[in-house]
Design a protein around this ligand. Structure first.
Ligand code: IPD
Ligand code: CA
Ligand code: CA
Length: 292
């Protein structure tokens, strides 16, 4: 087991944190996959289109138990342990502001897909040390693809180092976005951004798992991804994957990614400014209109 008192340095080099994250994601993912089409309790969270099943809760309990078995002194922040509502994740992070090691978990990212049997969802597990993500694992149980990153050590898919894609222009890019559950601000704003950006790109995808979209940016399968209104558990692991694959992650105003960011842009780096520029222009127009 990893020593907790290694002066001030985190002990990623020991591989223990990452190994636990990988094994835990694999176990949870296998169980989730066995439950596709077999869940019993479908509930709505704070809004009608935000879903949760007993499989989300069971997977989170499994992940929590495994992580706490290995690291009983670490803090744990899982989506299903937080009372849903606008900005809930920021409050939850604040409750953990003094936690040195914090595991940030989305047991099923893509619950709507899971519920419909649409085979695109993931388990997302991140470990933050003093508010900075140092391990990120996103597991797609359907494709059996494990995306793994350690801060400063690169990002890997099935043992092969990942690199972001090379496109330099929007016109050559394949981007992805998400349609947020918040229909008052994030969704209408993003519909306008989509309308603005789509004609300038090769095409846009929206497959319903922010964590997996980020992993695809890291793997060079997507040139970039943006979404408004995400929570920390949707993106903590995926943002490290992108950074460690050579990409760039900021908020939609261009500020560096931090755990409290909700509106995120992650790209191969080359097209980052172009995406930001389009989003910022549309955001400004949107806010001017809603104020008048
Ligand atoms: C959702 C997915 C989806 C994104 C939503 C998220 P969940 O997470 O990441 O792609 O568009 O904003 O809430 O609810 O399936 O864990
Ligand atoms: Ca999620
Ligand atoms: Ca979830």
């Amino acid at each position: 087991m990893t020593s907790l008192s290694n002066n001030d340095a985190y002990t990623v080099g020991s591989k223990s944190f990452t190994a636990v994250a990988i094994n835990t994601a694999a176990k949870a993912g296998e169980w989730i996959k066995s439950k596709v089409g077999g869940y019993n309790k479908l509930r709505q969270k704070s809004v009608a289109n935000d879903l949760v099943t007993e499989v989300d809760k069971g997977a989170e309990a499994l992940i929590r138990n495994l992580i706490q078995t290995h690291f009983p002194h670490h803090a744990f922040l899982g989506e299903e342990g937080v009372t849903p509502g606008p900005g809930a994740f920021v409050k939850a992070l604040d409750n953990h502001k003094d936690s040195e090691y914090l595991w940030i978990v989305d047991p099923i990212d893509g619950t709507t897909n899971f519920v419909h049997g649409y085979p695109y969802f993931s388990v997302s597990i991140a470990l933050a040390y003093k508010h900075e993500v140092i391990v990120g694992v996103v597991y797609d149980p359907v494709q059996d693809e494990m995306f793994v990153a350690e801060k400063g050590k690169g990002a890997y898919l099935t043992g092969r180092r990942m690199e972001v894609s090379a496109e330099e222009k929007l016109a050559d890019s394949l981007l992805a976005t998400g349609f947020p559950t918040d229909r008052s601000r994030a969704l209408p704003l993003n519909m306008r951004c989509l309308q603005r950006i789509a004609p300038q790109t090769r095409n846009i995808r929206s497959s319903g798992s922010a964590a997996l979209h980020l992993a695809y940016v890291a793997a060079g399968r997507l040139s970039g991804f943006w979404e408004y209104g995400l929570s920390v558990w949707d993106q903590a692991a995926g943002t490290l994957l992108v950074k460690e694959s050579g990409g760039t992650v900021t908020d939609t105003k261009g500020a560096a990614y931090g755990l409290t960011v909700s509106d995120v842009v992650a790209t191969n780096g080359h097209i980052h400014d172009s995406v930001l520029n389009e989003l910022m222009q549309e955001e400004a127009a949107f806010h001017t209109e809603i104020q008048n």
